[in-house]
Design a protein around this ligand. Structure first.
Ligand code: NDP
Length: 435
């Protein structure tokens, strides 16, 4: 094996058993969460009714997984967005420097695409006088769409795994036709590499599959699912409750912040380090839209009036969380661009510096803390009748802890002594004075 693509020796997630368990377990979780939140399920507290959980209203597995209409709409949605993503002009930005010394160009057109998306929604609203049959269809067939998205993400991961073995059409920065593989996804075991992602940046022509999946089909479908739940509540109860409106507004804000600031994603671990396999394709295309929209789906059948005081409190939590998340990420980005030279830092042997001042003196991942706090504000509008709607912050805490652990291992190896010094200066990992 050449130096460009070293063989992966340390397997994550306890290797094959862990990868298999996650690949089967998380899609099952998506279906279970859907079942616990559908209109027919009457759940209180922690009691779970197994009969209702497995009640698919007479639909067989093949009717759920291979519904022709759902597949058609899903494929139109995915490839329609691919088309818009590639033809809408944007600003060309360079990604980080890759192992072969080159960097990829990305067409950043999130603002243009978001404007078009909002315009299309408004036009449909106008044309259908608010009846929006596509939102009704989406709400009524959410389970089918969930299963279709899971199957599609598995197939997409298989597709990129197969293409990762093909030589490049041109040559890479080392003058060979070898693709750059992810350091963690080149174990030689098919199942493991399919899960983690073998190729670092799979592309078809200028279309970057990883960045696209990260920001377009899943994030915008999450927005549509929330709107479909709000629409359902309106049709069912003749009004939209303040809790539903708040969840929609807070999450729409986060979604558009991600889609509009896509340039910031170019330095995220998912883009710079992780391969694109089932872990990311499933996360982006299935887990994000179908489980992050759970609060709105729950409120669609359990409307709740919050009142001004509680709304004020939730907005306060959202603001503080978002401010920490945004300000800390911005500070690190600006520092890495050499814009904040007055801040204290530690020189590494790689001629880069580790920031240990400002937000980054409080904890090693203060941005995770802000993100988690902000996510809490999405759960609070659902009240305290069921723990179900708090699933998201539990899952997200697990995701961020795992990410912190992976990043720590990476940085320890990459920065050696400088990282040890950094850990002494900034001992807390995520929450200042707690952890
Ligand atoms: P970070 O933004 O914390 O980036 C970690 C990397 O930054 C390290 O690998 C290292 O990279 C560099 N770094 C770490 N510490 C320092 C320092 N003190 N000074 C300078 N550089 C440093 O992590 P992520 O990329 O994981 O996350 C980015 C954002 O995305 C976070 O706010 C997170 O909350 C959010 N996120 C949200 C998710 C969601 O589902 N909503 C999922 C995942 C992330 P290098 O090797 O280049 O030096």
């Amino acid at each position: 094996m050449s130096l460009l693509n070293p063989r992966t020796k340390d397997l994550e997630f306890s290797g094959i058993p862990g990868v298999l368990a996650i690949s089967l377990g998380l899609p099952t979780l998506c279906v279970v969460l859907h079942q616990l939140c559908n209109d027919h399920y009457h759940q209180r507290g922690l009691t779970i009714d197994l009969d209702e959980l497995t009640n698919f209203h007479g639909l067989s597995f093949s009717e759920i997984a291979f519904n022709g209409q759902v597949w058609t709409y899903y494929l139109l949605w995915f490839f329609g967005l691919v088309l818009f993503d590639t033809i809408i002009p944007g600003t060309v930005k360079k990604g980080v420097t890759l192992r072969d010394g080159t960097s990829l160009s990305y067409n950043i057109n999130g603002i243009q695409l978001s404007c078009l998306f909002v315009l299309a929604l408004a036009t449909r609203w106008q044309l259908t006088h608010g009846s929006m049959p596509e939102l009704v269809f989406l709400y009524d067939n959410t389970l089918q769409f969930t299963v279709v998205a899971v199957i599609f993400s598995a197939l997409l991961a298989l597709f990129v795994q197969i293409t990762s073995y093909l030589p490049l059409s041109g040559s890479n920065g080392k003058g060979t036709k070898e693709r750059i593989l992810a350091v963690g996804g080149n174990s030689g075991n098919w199942l493991y590499d399919w899960f983690i992602g073998r190729e670092l940046n799979p592309r078809i022509g200028p279309w970057d599959i990883k960045l696209f999946c990260e920001l377009r089909p899943g994030m915008l479908l999450w927005l549509l699912l929330n709107l479909a739940s709000m629409h359902h509540q309106y049709l069912k109860y003749g009004q939209v409750y303040d809790s539903m409106l708040l969840v929609n507004l807070l999450q729409a804000f986060y979604i558009f912040d991600g889609v509009l600031n896509e340039e910031g994603c170019l330095t995220m671990m998912d883009i710079t380090t992780d391969g694109f396999g089932f872990m990311l394709s499933f996360g982006d295309l299935a887990l994000v839209p179908f489980t992050y929209s759970l609060q709105a789906r729950y409120l669609a059948r359990e409307p709740l009036t919050l009142g001004a005081h509680y709304i004020g409190f939730i907005l306060g939590v959202a603001f503080v969380g978002f401010y920490i998340f945004k300000a800390s990420n911005n500070q690190k980005n600006q520092f890495r661009q050499g814009k904040l030279p007055h801040l204290k830092s530690i020189q590494t042997e790689r001629s880069t510096k580790l920031l240990c001042d400002g937000w980054w003196s409080l904890s090693q991942h203060i941005n995770y803390f802000g993100d988690w706090l902000h996510a809490t504000s999405w759960c609070l509008p659902t009240g305290f009748i069921t723990p179900l709607t708090y699933y998201y912050i539990c899952y997200f805490a697990g995701l961020l802890l795992h990410r912190q652990h992976r990043d720590e291992l990476k940085c320890k190896e990459k920065y050696g002594k400088a990282w040890e010094e950094y850990e002494k200066k900034v001992p807390y990992k995520i929450i200042p004075y707690v952890y």
